[in-house]
Design a protein around this ligand. Sequence first.
Ligand code: NAG
Ligand code: NAG
Ligand code: NAG
Ligand code: NAG
Ligand code: NAG
Length: 409
Amino acid sequence: MRLLYLVSALACVAPAVATIWENGQKRLNPYPPTGQATALPTPIKTTDVGWRTYDASAPEIGYKGRWCSRRISWWAAPGVKFRYTGSKVAITFGENTSNNVLLSWRVSGLPWNFANVTANRSYQFVSETTQGLQAGQETIFEFHVTNWALGVQMKAVHVAAGFAISSVPNYSRKIEMIGDSLTVGYTGTYEAMSGIGWSLCEGLGNVEYSLVAYKLCYGSTRGQLFQWQQASDSGVRAQQVYGSNPAPWNFTTTQPADLVIINLGTNDINYKQGTTAVPESTFQQNYIQLINDVRSKYPRAQIIAVQFWNGYTRSGNTYRQNPNRYQTAIQNAVNYFRNGGNNNVYYFDTTGILQFGDINPKGHPTDVGYIKIAAHLMQFISIRLGWSLGNTGQEVHSQAMYYNDNTSI
Ligand SMILES: *[C@@H]1O[C@H](CO)[C@@H](O)[C@H](O)[C@H]1NC(C)=O
Ligand SMILES: *[C@@H]1O[C@H](CO)[C@@H](O)[C@H](O)[C@H]1NC(C)=O
Ligand SMILES: *[C@@H]1O[C@H](CO)[C@@H](O)[C@H](O)[C@H]1NC(C)=O
Ligand SMILES: *[C@@H]1O[C@H](CO)[C@@H](O)[C@H](O)[C@H]1NC(C)=O
Ligand SMILES: *[C@@H]1O[C@H](CO)[C@@H](O)[C@H](O)[C@H]1NC(C)=O
């Protein structure tokens, strides 16, 4: 986690290259070729016969997560979802799309596929051979950006001439997660798609979600409160587009969150203003301010403050979890509200959920570690808030079928 600032700064310029490791061995086929979208030789034009084109601003296109008014998102797992007819779906990506950015995409509830896309090009995702289209079945196309800190700009959606797209109703509940690399699955196999945010929200199913997660922390430039209020993230590219005046996120015109999960603090441990790390009291004060602001934007929302962890160390002939950081500050912030009669603010203690082997060599949880945190949170939400688990059985994690074929007994 210490490398976070450096790595995310480099990610702005470096093309996405990653090796996926499984217990020290390279994953053989990390991106199944069947999922790749076909890059068309030239971008589709509105006048092209054979295609019907919708501009990125078409109301039929459902944008998931936070996108700015230019239809760019570099937040975590931003997505696009719409219903379509016919047997072709293509998308044209705008000039501010990252180079070779990895998307996960699917048709309705079928397994996730992976495709890499680049700026200024049209990609055909769905064709006659894509599974999922049979007479009488409805077909929904959906993609999410899965690379950490990379993103796309939507330019247009295309379907076969004579066919159409239409909107998919939103789920009635929405989760918003305010977090950092832990929420977005930094160094997870498929990054955002392997993180706590995705594992929790896709795993829970039946919810809209927005992962307002980047390298957020109180100590960073302009602080987490400011960052949370903006449509764009706080990265270098967003600054190139918006300068020092990013557009505020419009909380009044978007579906309000019913549940807000805050998982912050990891980046504050090491963040120094001058020579001083963010002190407990400052952290606590700002945590309270953030919760206050969340409550003013989403008066009905339940809020969960997640205790982050601080690694595991060999101690003699065993391993021990390192002491939690900012634990008193987070608990005090939660109790400030609970003691004031606001019982919809909760503290979620992660102590004991992870073990030393759940942390990867890059200082972040492995996929298993991320899923463990998400699964415990899911039960907390189910038991304490009474939400039902709504995923009817669709895949959440791709390439996660680890098993043993010994059936001899
Ligand atoms: C897609 O992007 C990933 C990085 O996220 C990269 O490792 C992979 O090689 C790319 N695949 C192709 C086919 O370019
Ligand atoms: C995309 O198109 C814009 C405008 O024509 C151009 O400035 C930019 O260099 C192009 N980017 C890529 C990656 O081709
Ligand atoms: C892409 O970003 C640049 C700033 O880096 C901006 O000048 C340009 O207008 C953006 N293009 C679009 C289509 O939004
Ligand atoms: C949000 O949208 C509403 C309705 O369109 C508008 O009145 C308001 O000014 C917008 N707020 C911001 C901060 O853009
Ligand atoms: C879903 O919610 C978003 C705002 O969060 C809104 O823009 C969109 O129109 C809604 N979709 C439908 C189909 O109601």
